[in-house]
Design a protein around this ligand. Structure first.
Ligand code: HEM
Length: 293
C-alpha cells in the first residue's frame, strides 16, 4: 500500500515526533560506522581483486599487459590479488560473526531471519517486484518500500553466495598443495574455471546493476552517499521508504534514529571514494566488452 507524502507528515505530527517545519533538514541513521567501514573495505578489495585478476583472463590483450605492468608485473598483480582476497575474506567472516552475535545477544534472532530489518527475501518482495515493474511500464503508482528494497537484498545475496564460490575456488587456487591432499585433481580445473567465470559475473553485476542503483537512478544521480555518511534525510525517507518511516513513527522508534546532518568531510569522502570506484568500474566493463568483441 502506498501512502501519500502529506499523510506521513500528518501522521508524524500526530505522533509528536516530526514536525512539518524544517523536515527537509532532519537526518536519520541508516548505517552504523562499522557497516560503513566494512562496505569501504569490501569496495576497495573488490576493485583490487578485479583489477589484479582480470589481466590473467585477458593476458593476450595490450591493456591487460599494461595494467599488469602498472601493478608490478604478473607477480605483483598476484600479490595484490592475494592481499585484497585475504582482507575480503576477513571482512566477510567478520560481517557474518557480527550479524549473528548481535542477533543472539539482543535476543533478535527471529528479527534477523524475518521482518522489516531482515535481509531474507519475503513474500512482500515479490509483491514489490510486481508493483515496481508495473510502475516501470506506466501501469501503476510508484511503490514504496520498507528498510530494504528487493534489489538491495538481491545485491546483498549476490555478494554473499558469491563469496563462497569465488572465495572457495580462490583458496583452492591459492593453496593447491594443501587441498590436493583432500580433493581429486579435476577439482582444480573446475576451481580455475569457476573462479574466472564467477569473477566476470561479479564484476559485470557490481559495475553495472549495483552502480546503476547507486548512481544512475534519477533521484540518486550522480551519487547516493548514504553508505559513506550513514545518514538518510527525512526527504529521502518520505520519497522512497514511506513504509519504513510510517513503521518507525508507529513503533515510536523514529526519534531514537534521528542524528546530525552529514559533515562536509564525509560527503567529500563519499564523492571521492565512490567516484573513483565508479570510474574504475566503468573502465573495467568497457575493457571487458572491448576484449570480447
Ligand atoms: C575472495 C577471495 C579470493 C581469493 C582467495 C582469490 C584467489 C585467486 C588466486 C589464487 C588466483 C590465481 C592468481 C595467480 O595465480 O596469480 C586468482 C585468479 C583470479 N581471480 Fe581471484 N581470488 C579471490 C577473489 C576474487 C575476486 C573478488 C575477483 C573479481 C572481482 C577475482 C578475480 C580473479 C580473476 C579474474 C582471476 C584470473 C582467473 C583466470 O586466470 O581464469 N578474484 N584468484
Amino acid at each position: 500500500m502506498s501512502i501519500a507524502p502529506g499523510n506521513v507528515v500528518a501522521a508524524a505530527a500526530v505522533g509528536g515526533q516530526v514536525g512539518a517545519a524544517g523536515a527537509a533538514h532532519r537526518y536519520y541513521r541508516r548505517f552504523t560506522p562499522i557497516e560503513r567501514v566494512m562496505h569501504a573495505f569490501l569496495m576497495l578489495t573488490f576493485v583490487g581483486c578485479a583489477l589484479s585478476g582480470l589481466p590473467l583472463i585477458y593476458a593476450e590483450q595490450a591493456w591487460a599487459q599494461s595494467l599488469a605492468r602498472l601493478l608490478g608485473g604478473f607477480e605483483g598483480a598476484g600479490l595484490i590479488h592475494r592481499i585484497c582476497a585475504f582482507v575480503m575474506i576477513v571482512v566477510f567472516v567478520s560481517h557474518v560473526v557480527l550479524v549473528f552475535s548481535k542477533a543472539i545477544r539482543g535476543g533478535r534472532v527471529m528479527a534477523m531471519l524475518w521482518g522489516p530489518d531482515s535481509m531474507v527475501p519475503q513474500p512482500q518482495d515479490i509483491v514489490d517486484i510486481w508493483r515496481n515493474f508495473k510502475w516501470f511500464v506506466g501501469r501503476g503508482p510508484r511503490p514504496q518500500f520498507d528498510r530494504w528494497t528487493y534489489w538491495e537484498k538481491f545485491d546483498y545475496w549476490a555478494v554473499f553466495w558469491g563469496m563462497f564460490i569465488i572465495g572457495g575456488s580462490g583458496l583452492l587456487l591459492w593453496f593447491p598443495v594443501f587441498f590436493s591432499r583432500l580433493l581429486p585433481g579435476w577439482m582444480f580445473n573446475v576451481a580455475s574455471l569457476v573462479h574466472g567465470e564467477e569473477a566476470l559475473l561479479a564484476v559485470g553485476f557490481i559495475f553495472t546493476f549495483h552502480f546503476f542503483n547507486g548512481h544512475l537512478r534519477p533521484e540518486k544521480f550522480p551519487m547516493d552517499t548514504v553508505i559513506f555518511t550513514g545518514r538518510i534525510s527525512e526527504h529521502e525517507l518520505k520519497e522512497e521508504r514511506q513504509i519504513e518511516l510510517q513503521r518507525l513513527i508507529r513503533d515510536g522508534k523514529l526519534a531514537a534514529k534521528e542524528t546530525t546532518a552529514p559533515t562536509e568531510e564525509s560527503k567529500w569522502f563519499g564523492w571521492i571514494v565512490g567516484g573513483t570506484a565508479l570510474v574504475l568500474g566503468v573502465i573495467t566493463v568497457v575493457l571487458i566488452v572491448y576484449s570480447i568483441f
